[in-house]
Design a protein around this ligand. Structure first.
Ligand code: AMP
Length: 300
C-alpha cells in the first residue's frame, strides 16, 4: 500500500556539543519519507524554494520516493531551521526558524495522491494538516505528528485535527504541554479522550510509549553509544512505523507493536550521523539484523 506524507522539507543548521553542520538536508517529511522507503512506496507532499539543491530531490527520487508533490516556488526560499543540542544530546534549543515558503504552504493533492490509503501528517501547521485531510478520499489510517509551537499557537486547529485522526505521535514534553499533566501515562490517556484511537509518546533515548483503549506499553530505545545528531529521530521513527504498517497493509495491535519496534530501530540508525547520512549507508538487512539483537535484548 502506498503511503502519503505531508510536512516540512528543510535546510537545517545543527550544533551539537562537539560539531556544527551548516545547511544540511532536513525537514519532517524528508526524514519520514526516507525512513518509510525502507518498507513501502512513499508519496511526498511538500514545498521548497528555488534555492533547494537539485541533488537533494535526486536523493529522494533515486530512493523511489514520488516527489511529484514537491512544489518548487519560483524565487522562494526553503524552510530553514537552526537547532542546538545540549550536552545530554536529548534536549535541544531552536535557535532560528525561517518558515519562508513553508509558511504559505497550502498543498493541493493530485488525484492519485488523494487515494493513498496510509497518510502521515508530519510536523507542520494543523491548518495545513487539516487541508490535506480534507482532500484525501477514504484513507484507511491517518496518523499525525505535532509540536509545542502548534500546541501553543494553533490550539483550536489542533483540537479539530485530533478529532479526525486515527493516531498521534508526539514527544513526551509535548504530551505534557498538551494535557498539563506531568505523568505520561495519564497524559497518554487524556490525549485518547481528545480523539485519536492510539497515541505514541516518544521519549528520546528512553524509547516510546503506546496507548490505545485496551493497551498501554513501553518499548525501549535500541541502545547505541554513537549519538552524533538526534535531529529527525522522531520523524524517522514515524517513517519506520508507518512504512511498516503500509507494507503490511494492516494496523492490528500486533502489527502496530512490530511497527513501533521498526520505527525505534530506524531512529537508532538515524541518530548515528547528521542529516540522512547514516540512513543512506544501511539497507533492510541492517535493520533486520538490529531487530534480531533488539528481540534478544527484550526476551528474558
Ligand atoms: P525531529 O528531530 O524528528 O523533531 O525533526 C527535526 C526536523 O524538523 C528538522 O529537520 C527541521 O527542519 C524540522 N522542523 C523544525 N521545526 C519545524 C516546524 N515548526 N515545522 C515543521 N518542521 C520543523
Amino acid at each position: 500500500m502506498s503511503l502519503l506524507v505531508v510536512g516540512s522539507v528543510a535546510i537545517d543548521s545543527i550544533q551539537t556539543p562537539t560539531e556544527v553542520r551548516e545547511n544540511v538536508l532536513g525537514g519532517s517529511a524528508t526524514y519520514f519519507s526516507y525512513a518509510a522507503s525502507f518498507f513501502a512506496p512513499v508519496r511526498l507532499v511538500g514545498v521548497v524554494g528555488e534555492d533547494f539543491p537539485h541533488e537533494h530531490v535526486a536523493l529522494l527520487r533515486d530512493r523511489g520516493i514520488d516527489t511529484s508533490g514537491l512544489h518548487v516556488v519560483k524565487g522562494g526560499k526553503t524552510f530553514f531551521w537552526k537547532g542546538k543540542y545540549l550536552s545530554n544530546m536529548n534536549d535541544r534549543e531552536t535557535l532560528e526558524v525561517q518558515l519562508n515558503v513553508f509558511g504559505e504552504f497550502r498543498p493541493t493533492l493530485s488525484d492519485e495522491f488523494k487515494r493513498c490509503a496510509f497518510v502521515f501528517l508530519a510536523n507542520g501547521a494543523p491548518a495545513t494538516q487539516l487541508a490535506v485531510l480534507d482532500q484525501v478520499t477514504g484513507p484507511r489510517l491517518v496518523v499525525a505528528d505535532t509540536m509545542d509551537l502548534w500546541i501553543r499557537e494553533q490550539h483550536p486547529d489542533l483540537m479539530q485535527l485530533l478529532k479526525r485522526i486515527d493516531g498521534l505521535v508526539m514527544n513526551d514534553s509535548e504530551a505534557k504541554l498538551l494535557t498539563s499533566d506531568e505523568n505520561l501515562v495519564s497524559a497518554g490517556r487524556k490525549i485518547l479522550d481528545l480523539g485519536p484511537k492510539f497515541v505514541v509518546i516518544k521519549k528520546g533515548e528512553h524509547g516510546a510509549m503506546f496507548f490505545s483503549e485496551h493497551e498501554t506499553y513501553v518499548l525501549p530505545a535500541f541502545p547505541t553509544e554513537r549519538v552524533v545528531d538526534p535531529t529527525g529521530a522522531g520523524d524517522s521513527f514515524a517513517g519506520g512505523m508507518m512504512g511498516y504498517l503500509a507494507a503490511q497493509n494492516n494496523f492490528d495491535p500486533k502489527t502496530l507493536k512490530e511497527a513501533m519496534a521498526y520505527g525505534i530501530l530506524v531512529a537508532s540508525f538515524n541518530v548515528e550521523d547528521f542529516s540522512l547520512e547514516r540512513l543512506r549507508e544501511i539497507d533492510l538487512d541492517d535493520l533486520q539484523l538490529r531487530m534480531e539483537k533488539y528481540k534478544k535484548m527484550l526476551s528474558f
